[in-house]
Design a protein around this ligand. Structure first.
Ligand SMILES: Cc1cc2nc3c(=O)[nH]c(=O)nc-3n(C[C@H](O)[C@H](O)[C@H](O)COP(=O)(O)OP(=O)(O)OC[C@H]3O[C@@H](n4cnc5c(N)ncnc54)[C@H](O)[C@@H]3O)c2cc1C
Length: 474
């Protein structure tokens, strides 16, 4: 056997949003990473246009939020409208900053995000990013994983040896196939045409809300994206021919109710099959799955990529802990136990919203609405696997207060554990890697504890609360 060309702690297959965020979080945890992506460049076709405050917090942790906020747009919400203009369901997103320290909902151009993530990986000495390297197999043993890859430019085979590997290689994951794992199909399958346009003249009348045009004959979506970018999506029939549907004249005919050809340029077009699915297992030995490789979410609530970002934030510190303290299968399995039910709640809601777009049935809208009104609230799910006896805030996201010196909590903590206490810790010492903040020094911390009605809060690197205490942490 030839010697591997690369050795690292963790090999990440795929440098989409999930793989890139995971690699950076691992690097921040002191872990050496090799990332391989078969593509030479960023994915060119239209995909994510939305993310939420939880994901912005992760982007803050990986150091790109300041640059990203310049390129995104705060999203006022989404409305589901019937052909006669009636609003069947309103999902307003608050304009205020949420307890997460960011806006609830942003619109983005996915390549902007991926560019920033790649740049941060390029600057990180703990990360080797190998683009145009296709992984086509792996061998996993008790000691480690060896990935077999091919340099797409030269055809040269190469091998990467690691303690762990994570497949972030998207819906057609080679890693998932190599592990012999399939998706469980959760039942939603629809073909949609997606068109990104650049306006060439102002069209404020199109509005800033995302609009879901509920119509059994022709369900469609409009998205107000950053800058001059706008998106329309149209459901296709199963027998519609892709080449015909993506012809320029045919696209303009579909867009005619909203836009004329002299008002915009077509930037990108693609036909996708939107699916709901989840992997039958998230880990086999030293190999794990994350992002689209592990689950597929129909895009009606803009949460597929967000789920991958959450996977990365949940997993990186657990793998890093195994690197530092020795293998801990139970710790690694908490990843699937926590993420599985969480992502499933988003997938199921997204599929129900997708079904709503294909109907004008107000009863369906009512079942998605909150408190009997035609308004929907955002999901705020608890992690799976939390004990029934736990305080109701355990397994939910911790708020992000601003500290006395004006710095936000996460910037001071980094990707580490934090302990928020009401009083200054005098004699007690916190374990290594746990950063303490007290309410006497930081009024924002005291306010946050007041709001939750607790005295001490233990927060994990992914910002989820793992314990609350009254009267101090001892
Ligand atoms: C039309 C549309 C709209 C969407 N809108 C939203 C939205 O608004 N919000 C949202 O959160 N999500 C949205 N999504 C979903 C989102 O785009 C995906 O969930 C997200 O891109 C998944 O990220 P990922 O990193 O897991 O996988 P990917 O982005 O698919 O990245 C996988 C990477 O792995 C690489 N790769 C694959 N195989 C190999 C191999 N064998 N070896 C090496 N590298 C490999 C690929 O080149 C790729 O770079 C949308 C999707 C679509 C199609």
């Amino acid at each position: 056997m030839t010697t591997p060309a690369y050795r690292c702690d963790v090999a990440v297959v795929g440098c989409g949003p999930t793989g890139a965020v995971l690699a950076k979080l691992l690097a921040l945890s002191g872990v050496s990473v090799v990332v391989l992506d078969r593509a030479a460049d960023l994915y060119p076709l239209p995909r994510a246009v939305h993310f939420d405050d939880e994901c912005m917090r992760v982007f803050q942790t990986v150091g790109i939020s300041d640059a990203l906020r310049e390129r995104v747009r705060v999203n006022p919400g989404m409305r589901f409208v019937a052909p006669d203009g009636r609003c069947l369901l309103d999902w307003p997103r608050p304009a205020e900053i949420t307890p997460q320290g960011w806006h609830a909902s942003y619109r983005l151009h996915q390549p902007d995000l991926e560019q920033l993530l790649r740049a941060t990986l390029d600057r990180d000495p703990a990360v080797d990013l190998l683009t145009a390297h296709r992984v086509d197999g792996l061998v996993s043993s008790d000691d480690g994983v060896v990935l077999h890859a091919v340099d797409e430019a030269t055809g040269t085979p190469t091998r990467v040896a690691a303690r762990y590997a994570v497949g972030c290689d998207g819906a057609r994951s080679t890693v998932r196939s190599a592990l012999g794992l399939e998706y469980t199909d959760l039942g939603f399958t629809e073909r949609w045409l997606v068109i990104d346009l650049l306006l060439t003249r102002e069209r404020p009348d199109l509005g800033d809300h995302t609009l879901q045009f509920c119509n059994p004959e022709q369900p469609a979506t409009y998205c107000r994206n950053p800058g001059t970018r706008r998106r329309w999506e149209f459901r296709l029939n199963t027998d519609d021919d892709e080449a015909t549907e993506t012809e320029t004249a045919r696209i303009w005919a579909r867009l005619a109710p909203w836009l004329a050809p002299h008002e915009a340029e077509i930037e990108r077009r693609a036909v996708y099959t939107f699916r709901s699915a989840v992997t039958k297992a998230w880990r086999r030995g030293r190999v794990l799955l994350a992002g689209d490789a592990a689950h597929l979410t129909p895009p009606f609530m803009g949460q597929g990529m967000c789920a991958g970002i959450r996977d990365a934030a949940n997993l990186a510190w657990k793998v890093a802990s195994c690197m530092e303290n020795g293998d801990d299968p139970a710790h690694l399995d908490s990843y699937a136990a926590e993420r599985g039910p969480h992502v499933r709640a988003y997938i199921d809601t997204a599929a129900r919203l997708g079904n709503l777009v294909s109907t004008v049935d107000p009863t369906q809208a009512q079942t998605l609405a909150t408190a009997g009104t035609a308004t929907m609230a955002s999901l705020s799910r608890r992690l799976g696997g939390v004990s029934a006896e736990a305080h109701d805030r355990v397994g939910t996201l911790a708020p992000q207060p601003t500290l006395a010196d004006g710095i936000r909590l996460d910037d001071a903590v980094g990707y580490r554990h934090a302990l928020l206490t009401r009083h200054r810790l005098v004699d007690a010492t916190t374990p290594a890697g746990v950063v303490p903040f007290d309410g006497e020094t930081h009024p924002g911390v005291a306010a946050c504890l007041d709001a939750l009605g607790v005295d001490t809060l233990s927060v994990r690197p992914d910002r989820y609360i793992d314990a609350v205490y009254w009267g101090g942490p001892d």
